[in-house]
Design a protein around this ligand. Sequence first.
Ligand SMILES: [Zn+2]
Length: 125
Amino acid sequence: MFCPKCGKEIMDEAVICPKCGCAVQIDCANDSGSEMKSAGKGFCISGLVLGIVSLVFSWIWYISLSASIVGLVLSVVGRKKAKLASAPTGIGTAGMVLSIIGLSITGLVVLFTVVLAGAFVAAFA
Ligand SMILES: [Zn+2]
């Protein structure tokens, strides 16, 4: 068969056109198709950006903590939306992974700070 959007010849069992990324089982030529293709994209990109923010500011726990939690939620929601519409989920996955890493680093930083503060108090009490 041929991709309804870009016209490239693709395998009959293909779900997504390898050239343009169009979900060929859903008709991409119409508006709802392109809407489906970008489904969840905003969520995924916001999640990715917040994941990066949580990593960059992982040493400022309150920034990283809020960024990673919101980033994780947005990425998961975005991925779900994209998956339902057979749109690419790569950005959402990346956002999810980065948010989880950011969250783990923040957890370690908080733990380290608490332990350090505890040791400090113990040493001088
Ligand atoms: Zn195509």
